[in-house]
Design a protein around this ligand. Structure first.
Ligand SMILES: C[S@@+](CC[C@H](N)C(=O)[O-])C[C@H]1O[C@@H](n2cnc3c(N)ncnc32)[C@H](O)[C@@H]1O
Length: 413
């Protein structure tokens, strides 16, 4: 029998396979189809996707997530409690997490005492977060993440974490890495370089400086949960860390005691208001000098408080005033600003820093330069408002008055 007399069969093209739903949506779909008829109201149509962030074992839903707003939020709360838990369990398992919370934006209106520590506002909805009012670090839930190879950990009930700062962390790292590379070539490694973070939090920026190779970072924060997160984070990155003494420990607001900082320490965190930073660092410097050790050159000061860090400009300059000899350094000023006002703010910052620098370096004895070298638009904060970082370069040079009465900088002929 001949085998080559087949009539070619023209099959109709196969319809494209419907795209597979995301595991989280598939989990919701399975949950709903398994619900008994009498479980409650009719479920709303499935969302096409969920918006969320996963940090280690924590799923954080933004307030705009379909599950956090009607009709889904209303539907979920209409379900008997056990079904609500089953739904969240299914969702958690689909994303390989153990905890779920809904995030709310941190109120941005003011930096007054209402939320000075910038505590997050999250609503835990699944998993055990520990007692809300506990002051014991071990009793509450901690989570962590790794960004650009840097480990960070925090207690979501008590400290904020902003995913949007990731680009700024990388920028700070790369900037400092480049600067140190050039400095080490010139200086052959003799100079110890330091950075100060006046709002250190859980260490986002402090860790960028350390990863870039700064010898030591001194940090301040008034939130014990942030300090503990920063301490744990440093240990997780294998950086030697110490929580320094604090003015509040002694109950004496003016009593800034002697603080010895050993050279092997990479991070020292002070649990007190940053207004004490200049005095505390001066004591550390004096102690180092008495022991014949060299004081670090503070090359960067970070001011990461939003919506404005203006209250700390003077402190930042006082800290830079502790540097010996002529030099230059950078203050990274975080501010919320409308895009069209950023240029105006740049000029205002230069003017303000110029005025304040006159208090730190005697204008008769020093020539001081202040320049905003770069403005970084980090992330949109609210419609039309940007979280910006202004890199303020400050340089100072002692003026020598020669016998002929002419002025020159130190080291010049
Ligand atoms: C926006 S958060 C900083 C975020 C930080 N970059 C991080 O890694 O978490 C501001 C931090 O400044 C702290 N803070 C606010 N006022 C302060 C002050 N006067 N002295 C020291 N820390 C302060 C808050 O407790 C909070 O942790």
């Amino acid at each position: 029998m001949s085998t080559n007399n087949h009539i070619p069969i023209n099959r109709p093209p196969r319809p494209p396979k419907p795209p597979r739903p995301h595991p989280s949506i598939a989990a919701l779909s399975t949950f709903i189809s398994n619900l008994p008829q009498n479980a409650g109201a009719q479920p709303p149509p499935l969302p096409s996707k969920l918006r969320y962030d996963v940090y280690g074992p924590l799923l954080l839903l933004p307030p705009t997530s379909p599950l956090a707003s009607p009709p889904w939020s209303t539907y979920i709360s209409s379900l008997p409690l056990q079904y609500q838990l089953d739904l969240y369990k299914a969702l958690a398992e689909s994303l390989n997490v153990t905890h779920i919370a809904i995030n709310s934006p941190i109120p941005s209106k003011s930096v007054d005492n209402q939320n000075q520590i910038r505590a997050p506002q999250i609503t835990p909805i699944y998993g055990s977060f520990g007692p809300l009012d506990s002051v014991e670090f071990e009793k509450v839930f901690w989570t962590s993440t790794v960004q650009h190879g840097v480990f960070q950990t925090w207690c979501p009930l008590h400290t904020m974490f902003s995913r949007g700062n990731i680009t700024e962390k990388a920028r700070v790292h790369d900037l400092v890495d480049r600067q140190l590379g050039m400095l080490r070539k010139r200086d052959k490694g003799g100079m110890r370089v330091g950075a100060v973070d006046l709002f250190v939090g859980i260490g986002y920026f402090a860790f960028s400086y350390l990863k870039a190779g700064v010898d030591v970072v001194y940090g301040w924060d008034i939130n014990p949960w942030s300090i503990e997160g920063c301490r744990r984070g440093a240990l997780g990155n294998k950086w030697r860390v110490r929580v320094g003494s604090s003015t509040t420990d002694s109950g004496d607001r003016d009593g800034v005691g002697v603080e010895r900082s050993e050279e092997e320490e990479r991070l020292v965190i002070f649990a007190e208001s940053n207004e004490y930073a200049p005095t505390r660092l001066r004591r550390i410097k004096e102690d180092a000098e008495q022991r014949g050790k060299k004081w670090v050159h503070i090359m960067h000061v970070n001011l990461g408080l939003l919506p404005t860090s203006a209250g700390a400009y003077e402190t930042a300059l006082e800290v830079l005033g502790l540097n010996d000899g002529d030099g230059e350094a950078w203050v990274h000023v975080h501010e919320n600003v409308a895009k069209e006002d950023a240029d105006g703010m740049k000029s205002d910052i230069e003017k303000r820093f110029g005025e304040l620098a006159g208090k730190v370096w005697d204008p008769e004895g020093f020539e001081v330069g202040v320049e905003v070298e770069h403005v970084e638009f980090v992330k949109s904060w609210a419609p039309g408002v940007w979280h910006c970082v202004f890199d303020v370069k400050v340089s100072w040079r002692r003026i020598i008055i020669s016998s002929t009465g002419s002025l020159s900088g130190e080291g010049e002929g």
